[in-house]
Design a protein around this ligand. Structure first.
Ligand code: NAD
Length: 495
């Protein structure tokens, strides 16, 4: 049974409710996870609240040393952590390793916290009056994370929040919870005081308890758009700071002048890597002008030769989907696409893997002639399904993307600098790639989408992460030397 990690130790809650955890490669249930009750959550918050008193007063340089040690321990245990991701999520080993590296980079960024928390100072804002601003920690923060990045997405949040002096409660996805517990154990081994980082496993009951608990001051969420909206509204209603990142439908524009082989290779990884279970997956290829036939001809051959298999098999390009329910949902979208009139060029629905007959596998699927009004275009499928939409020119491509409800990431393949620059400037999307298939910002920049891909106004990690997890205080001071001033009844101005 996978339990919780509270106040520096494994915690068995009072809830009797459990969820099932599977190995998607074999389809077998491998464990159960305890689903926390409101009482479990409230108990955890009380521990995190007590720990805040001391941790928030610990000098940033000392906090940084603990984070640095945590970084070393992640490096030392990299293989074990990667295998945990593969065993519950299903993605291939090298991809899981890459995602853990991206999380590790946020820990590295957080090691610079003494520098990152430095404030601003102005001498003489008035005669002999100085003013400075500092950033202070908020209190008990919480993170609610999705199944598709069991290490990386939590690591976008808690290393920065904790380095800033907050305490943190992570509610990971109940589908793949083990990696978070292991990270909490390693952070403790690094010297983190008890109660500073806690992991509560659970579902809606735990999430609702987080939203209602008055001692939680900030919530970071990553997941699907309907839940992101729910979190955003309810966290705000309960007077919490909130950033809620939602779903996506990312478009990759293929211009007629591009290096098509490069574009096809980029698109293959971006559409089918991690079986399309990435919020930055490119699920729509926008073929501009007359490039559609060549694009579909080249990419269909590659999709047909995709190696689908268990994540631990070095030869697999793509692993299974996370659960049977998710597999059925994605297959349902492929059925729907045919009904809606799109042309299914490659059909991955009937894949069978010898020895892994019960695994949650779906082969790569490719649709051509997908139209703007189809559900398979409008909705997030979150599986290995790429849709090709054909448009007449560059402007139509921009309008198509800007009209979509989601605004997470997008890319363009072109050799024309003017086109690339215009695209970056006019597109209403948070993260943009020019000849880069998956433009995920590195740890010291910030990650986030626009439109219904992000509710709230601060992106994750990098400078925005520091701003989210701290509050600004501005101090104005004067040390009178003998001369006393008379009462002043007008608004103070510079003198
Ligand atoms: P999800 O929304 O189902 O779950 C996310 C979290 O919310 C989980 O911890 C889950 O336990 C909790 N949750 C689920 N239903 C809830 C409810 N009714 N009330 C309260 N809490 C609830 O998302 P998922 O299926 O785990 O992850 C896939 C989604 O996440 C996709 O839509 C993907 O695009 C999105 N995602 C977005 C980003 C981003 O940066 N924008 C990154 C990764 C994933």
């Amino acid at each position: 049974m996978i339990k919780h990690f509270v106040d520096g130790k494994i915690y068995v809650g009072n809830s009797k409710r459990t969820g099932k955890v599977y190995n998607p490669a074999t389809g077998e249930q491998t464990s159960e996870v305890n689903l926390a009750s409101k009482e479990d959550l409230d108990f955890t918050v009380s521990k995190a609240k007590s720990a805040f008193l001391k941790w928030s007063r610990t000098p940033p340089a000392q906090r940084a040393r603990v984070v640095f040690k945590f970084k070393e321990l992640i490096e030392k245990n990299f293989d074990e952590l990667t295998k945990l991701i593969v065993s519950e999520h299903g993605k291939v080993y090298e991809d899981a390793k890459g995602s853990l590296t991206r999380g590790l980079e946020v820990v590295e960024f957080a090691c610079g916290i003494p520098h990152l928390l430095k404030g601003e100072f102005t001498e003489n804002v008035g005669t002999d009056v100085d003013s400075w601003s500092i950033r202070q920690p908020l209190g008990v923060c919480a993170g609610i994370t999705p199944f598709n990045f069991p290490a990386m997405v939590p690591m976008w949040m808690f290393p920065i929040s904790i380095a800033c002096g907050n305490t943190f409660i992570l509610k990971p996805s109940e589908k793949d919870p083990s990696c978070s517990i292991r990270l909490a154990e390693l952070f403790k081994e690094a010297g983190l005081p008890d109660g500073v980082f806690n992991v509560i496993n659970g579902d809606k009951e735990a999430v609702d308890a987080l939203l209602l608990n008055k001692d939680i001051v900030a919530i970071s969420f990553v997941g699907s758009t309907p839940i992101a909206k729910y979190i955003y509204e309810n966290a705000a209603k309960n007077e919490k700071r909130v950033q809620a990142l939602g779903g996506a439908k990312n478009h990759c524009v293929i211009m007629p002048d591009c290096d098509l082989d490069q574009a096809v290779n980029g698109l293959m990884g971006a559409a089918y890597g991690s079986a399309g279970e990435r919020c930055m997956a490119q699920s729509v290829a926008v073929a501009v002008g007359n490039i559609g036939n060549d694009l579909v001809s080249k990419i269909s051959k590659k999709v047909m030769s995709l190696k689908v298999g268990p994540g631990m098999d070095k030869n697999s390009d793509m692993g299974p989907l996370v659960t049977k329910e998710h597999l059925e949902k994605v297959k349902g979208y492929v059925d729907l696409g045919i009904k809606e009139g799109a042309k299914l060029v490659v059909d991955g629905r009937n894949i069978k893997l010898q020895g892994y007959e019960k695994g949650f596998y779906l082969g790569g699927c490719l649709f051509d002639h997908v139209e703007k009004n189809m559900k398979i275009y409008k909705e997030e499928i979150f599986g290995p399904v790429l849709s090709v939409v054909r448009v007449k020119d560059f402007e139509s491509a921009i309008n198509l993307i800007n009209d979509h409800e989601f605004g997470n990431g997008t890319s363009i393949y072109t050799r024309d600098g003017d086109v690339g620059r215009t695209f970056a400037s006019k597109i209403k999307i948070g993260m943009v790639g020019i000849n880069i298939p998956i433009p995920v910002p590195v740890a010291y920049h910030s990650f986030g989408g626009w439109k219904r891909s992000l509710f709230g106004d601060q992106h994750m990690h990098g400078p925005e992460g520091i701003r989210f997890y701290t509050k600004l205080k501005t101090i104005t001071s004067k040390w009178p030397t003998g001369l006393r001033s008379d009462p002043e009844f007008v608004m103070p101005t510079m003198k």
